[in-house]
Design a protein around this ligand. Structure first.
Ligand code: MTE
Ligand code: LUZ
Ligand code: MOS
Length: 750
């Protein structure tokens, strides 16, 4: 099935928040953000701004009827700064005017006096001063301290990885208007409808049932709208509630980039010990996560870094500690991979360092240490249905890695100003929210009298085509045409208490809830059919919209069956509830079985480096990916390609620059470079690993959204191989993104 949205996206018909036809009298908002990154607010003067014609109201923390608090995991983030500011761009006031131009004009008339405090943007510095968002967390297995003495080789090093701007095409925004009975309806570009509902209710001081949140689709989220759509929805809701008028807000790109959090930069130290047969005996790391000024999702991201700090390897002795450091940057947040890429980059760097020092191939060490069936992950889960070696071996057989290496060697021996490099990047990513209670979902299915269906789930469509998958699920259970099924918007009045669409589990969780609802309805319809056919329910089935009795076609068609059921007063609406079985995790012991299953894969990345200019092109990315039994290979391949590109962007070109005062210097696309078609690999091949797929995946089709992001990490290691081939003096280092500028310096390092 093709993505149901493709045509409307391409023809510009898809409606995003900013496209919703507005009611007459709609007002427009603009956010006044702190001009300083850290300090005490001495004075806030709104009087000039308030005098401007067309201004309808300026709101600060003082106007909040409920609680000025939007922190989800830890309550440490006010919607509006009260007496202190902790990052540049932190919302202080919300201006509402007749139109956006006036609102933005008023921003310039607001006067704020701030007593400036020391600005810290470096996580190690923050940690030294004791500025942590949460107490540090450690995952360990075995005993590293005792094992170093037994290692034949020990290497240490430092690893830096930068942040990353989400650059969803649709910026943060919302549209809120008053309804009857003191209620507010909010259209929000959010991955988490319930989170917006909950926080808006908290801000307004009303029960959650007074807030309705509706999400049609997002122009991309990538994690950036898991938590951080909330403030912008709350602001519109607040103004709308107080003024009793519709209020709309849509951030300008520059404001969005300055104000919102990004992927967490990490700075880490590692120590790795190997035996003489290249088994990794021990691995230790200290990671300093740059959390920004408030927790946001940092505690959960910290956790996922720890879960994935050994990637696809079994390391009997490991000890990893993550310090989540409080700095004066916007609170960093979810971004595809959710801390796992940062963790995996460290272990891959440690292996690269060992390989380089020992003058052996990195992939030999990788291969020798892949996690195997029944090995223990460092968090106590037993590895089951492990596919990493299958993926790697399939990649080797399909793509002939030896041959690729040989060709590169030949190329490098013949060319002086151009060098090639190759890297293998294995991935292993756990599927499930690491916080077990979040792994639940619901779906609501209506069969209308004419046999058409309306389905609602808690999943948010953000381009990943989860809605298409939902339609496939319903069509499959009933064995009816997909055209009969309409997917409705994600709305908190139809499906309540949703988890955000995140952790790659949107399709699994919501699809299974939907499957359950459909199966229950199907059971009732079969009963109706059995009455019509005067037979047992067990003899009835439906195939291609025809009712079968004992596998033989009858003359009862879908429409007739539905009509009969309706006249027989059978309920044609059903709610499905799904909670992932099996999973659990004990934070006090840091052990359990947090993941329903893991997604595996292997990428082989090759690059050609222009050693005069420091520029490079990725020739091939050849992937073997474990989709399980993919329910939609067009969509799933698209997810792999998109994630790969974002991953390559993260490690090679996307460079955030903050000034010492906390101002984002790379706040537009002229200074922040993201991959475009010219930086895409010339050739991307994706081979699906042949497997049945796990029972806990939706129709045995594995979650696919985030895991392939980590293939991009291979680009870094392919590049450093190419640099090394040109300059043998180059001491390999781990400092992503490896921009052409940095490459050039390394090419000529003495
Ligand atoms: N694909 C598109 N086109 N747009 C997005 O915003 N977000 C990614 C991934 N793929 C995203 C995307 C992220 S971060 C996640 S967690 C998953 O989609 C969420 O959707 P799923 O759970 O339905 O896979
Ligand atoms: N969000 C979350 C996530 O709240 N918990 C998770 O485990 C997670 N994992 C990936 C992406 N978002
Ligand atoms: Mo994705 S980072 O889980 O929204």
């Amino acid at each position: 099935m093709k993505n149901i949205d493709s045509k409307n996206h391409v023809t510009g018909k898809s409606v995003y928040v900013d496209d919703i036809p507005v009611q007459t009298g709609t007002l427009h908002g603009a956010v006044f953000g702190s001009p300083k990154a850290h300090g005490k607010i001495i004075n806030l003067n709104l009087s000039e701004a308030e005098k401007l014609e067309g201004i309808e109201g300026i709101f600060t923390f003082k106007d909040i009827p409920g609680r000025n608090q939007i922190g989800g995991i830890i309550e440490d983030e006010p919607l509006f700064a009260e007496h202190e500011v902790h990052f540049l761009g932190q919302p202080v006031a919300f201006v509402v005017a007749e139109n956006e131009t006036i609102a933005r004009k008023a921003l310039k008339l607001i006067k704020i006096e701030i007593e400036e405090w020391e600005v810290i943007t470096d996580p190690r510095e923050a940690q030294k001063k004791g500025h942590l968002l949460i107490p540090p967390r450690t995952f360990k297995m075995g005993n590293v301290a005792d094992e170093w003495a037994k290692c034949d080789f020990i290497f240490e090093g430092k690893v830096e990885s930068g942040g990353q701007e989400h650059l969803y095409i649709e910026t943060q925004g919302s549209y809120a208007y008053p309804m009857d009975n003191g209620s507010i309806k909010i259209h929000s570009s959010t991955q988490g409808a319930t989170l917006v509902q909950k926080m808006a209710a908290r801000i307004l001081g009303v029960p959650m049932h007074r807030v309705e949140v509706d999400v049609a689709r997002l122009g991309g989220g990538f994690g950036g709208k898991e938590d951080q759509a909330t403030p912008y929805a709350c602001m519109a809701a607040l103004a709308s509630y107080i003024l009793q008028k519709p209020v709309k807000l849509s951030l300008h790109r520059l404001d969005d980039m300055q104000m919102t959090g990004k992927r967490h930069p990490y700075s880490s130290d590692f120590k790795i010990g190997l035996s003489k047969d290249y088994k990794i005996v021990a691995f230790q790391a200290k990671m300093y996560q740059n959390g920004g000024a408030a927790n946001d999702l940092s505690p959960a991201i910290t956790e996922r870094t720890l879960f994935h700090s050994t990637n696809a390897y079994y390391i009997p002795n490991t000890e990893v500690i993550v310090y989540s450091c409080k700095t004066n940057l916007p609170p960093n947040t979810a971004y595809r991979g959710f801390g796992a890429p940062q963790g995996m980059f460290v272990i891959e760097s440690a292996i690269a360092k060992a390989a380089c020092e020992l003058n052996v191939s990195k992939r030999m060490i990788q291969e020798k240490n892949f996690i195997k069936e029944n090995d223990l992950f460092q968090y106590g889960q037993i590895a089951e249905n492990v596919n990493i070696n299958n993926c790697y071996q399939t990649a080797d057989q399909t793509y002939h890695i030896d041959q690729i290496e040989k060709e590169i060697e030949e190329f490098n021996s013949k060319n002086t100003n151009s060098k090639k490099g190759m890297a293998v990047m294995p991935i292993c990513f756990g599927i499930s929210f690491t916080k077990t209670p979040m792994n639940q979902a619901r779906a609501l299915v209506h069969i209308y009298q004419d046999g058409s269906l309306g389905i609602s789930t808690g999943a948010v469509e953000m381009g990943q085509a989860v809605n298409t998958k939902m339609i496939q699920v319903a069509a499959k259970v009933f064995s009816i045409k997909t055209e009969r099924i309409k997917i409705e918007s994600t709305n908190t009045t139809r499906v309540a208490n949703t988890s955000p669409t995140a952790a790659s589990s949107g399709a699994d969780l919501n699809g299974n809830a939907l499957r359950i609802a459909c199966e229950n309805l199907l059971e009732r319809l079969k009963q109706t059919a059995s009455k019509m056919l005067l037979c047992n329910v067990s003899e009835v089935s439906i195939e291609n919209e025809i009712v079968l009795k004992n596998g033989k076609k009858t003359d009862i068609l879908w429409e007739q069956l539905i009509e009969t059921a309706f006249l027989d007063r059978i309920a044609l609406t059903e709610n499905g509830h799904y909670a992932t079985p099996v999973i659990h995790f004990d934070k006090t012991k840091e052990t359990g079985h947090p993941f329903a299953y893991h997604v595996y894969g292997t990428a082989v990345v090759t690059v050609t480096l222009d050693c005069i200019r420091g520029t490079y092109e990725f020739d091939d990315v050849k992937i073997v990916h474990d989709f399980g039994n993919s329910m939609n290979s067009i969509i799933d391949n698209g997810q792999v390609e998109g994630a790969l590109m974002q991953g390559i962007g993260w490690v090679t070109m996307e460079e955030l620059a903050f000034a010492k005062d906390g101002k984002l210097l790379s706040s537009s696309l002229t200074t922040y470079k993201v991959p475009d078609i010219y930086s895409a690999p010339k050739n991307v091949e994706i081979t699906a690993l042949k497997t049945e797929g796990p029972e806990l995946a939706l129709l045995r089709s594995k979650a696919v959204g985030e895991p392939p992001f980590m293939y991009g990490i291979g680009a870094y290691f392919a590049l450093i191989k190419a640099i090394k081939a040109f300059n043998s003096n180059y001491k390999i280092d781990f400092d992503a993104p490896l921009t052409p500028e940095k490459v050039l310096m390394r090419l000529y390092q003495k």
